[in-house]
Design a binder for this molecule. Structure first.
Ligand code: G3P
Ligand code: MG
Length: 243
């Protein structure tokens, strides 16, 4: 079962920051999950919420600030809000990266803009850093975005995020040509996992920190877990597997 650092090693360090990512690498996470928001400077900035007050000393939303001013804010322990470009430069192929696109837009023009920028940043990471294509997976709760992404950028692997159990279980992920269904721990059960596996999909579950949930995921045959505590989760997995 893969261990993916959720927003980096965010249980111990400020989420979606370079510090949280370098610590996740030190803790030997298999992958890092990060959240991106579109900024009008044509960059992605790493923030889970559009509301800056949630994780920084700023007020208002992401696009109220210029990129320079946004990067002056404190994202915790003196860390700044990185761009996707800066995060990929730091991670540099040391583990795979799950880029979660946070957006509610569904109009074609906006989706096209987001996808083009994503393509630019990923291509740059592959061409100028130590990444290869198979180290990237793009996920979203915005299934319209995933559909458009697969049309415009078929080479890139995607994962379908679901917070509630879909009517036809993993069918939505298959329809979107994703490689993985990524459900919340709240909804994961044997039926959902089996259905995904029968469709040739992986199942990566968020957010899995406690032993009881790790045990549940192992028993269902889940393929990966997003965790805020990569080192501890790896330790629990080893403990449970050697029993
Ligand atoms: O990608 C898994 C997980 O991060 C999705 O939910 O709200 O933590 O971004 P959230
Ligand atoms: Mg996320």
């Amino acid at each position: 079962m893969k261990v993916i650092a959720h927003r980096g090693a965010s249980g111990e360090y400020p989420e979606n920051t370079l510090l949280a990512f370098s610590e996740a690498i030190k803790q030997l996470a298999d992958g890092i999950e990060l959240d991106i928001q579109y900024h009008y400077s044509n960059n992605f900035v790493l923030l889970h919420d559009n509301d800056l007050q949630k994780t920084t000393n700023g007020k208002g939303s992401v696009n109220d600030y210029s990129l320079v001013d946004l990067q002056q804010l404190d994202a915790g322990l003196g860390e700044f809000i990185p761009t996707l470009h800066q995060a990929l430069e730091l991670i540099n192929g040391d583990c795979f990266v799950n880029i979660e696109v946070k957006t509610a837009v569904i109009d074609k023009a906006s989706l096209l803009k987001i996808i083009t920028l994503l393509q630019r940043d990923i291509a740059h990471a592959i061409n100028f850093h130590d990444f290869s294509w198979h180290q990237f997976i793009v996920s979203s709760f915005n299934h319209q975005l995933l559909a458009e992404l697969k049309t415009l950028f078929p080479k890139l692997a995607t994962a379908t995020l679901v917070a509630l159990c879909p009517l036809n279980y993993a069918q939505c992920a298959q329809q979107l040509k994703a490689i993985s269904l990524n459900p919340s721990i709240e909804i994961v059960n044997q039926q959902l996992v089996d259905d995904a596996h029968q469709r040739g999909l992986n199942v990566w579950v968020y957010t899995v920190d406690i032993k009881e949930d790790i045990k549940k995921c192992l028993s269902y045959g889940v393929d990966g877990v997003f965790t805020n505590y990569p080192k501890q989760t790896k330790h629990y997995i080893e403990q449970l597997q050697t029993r």
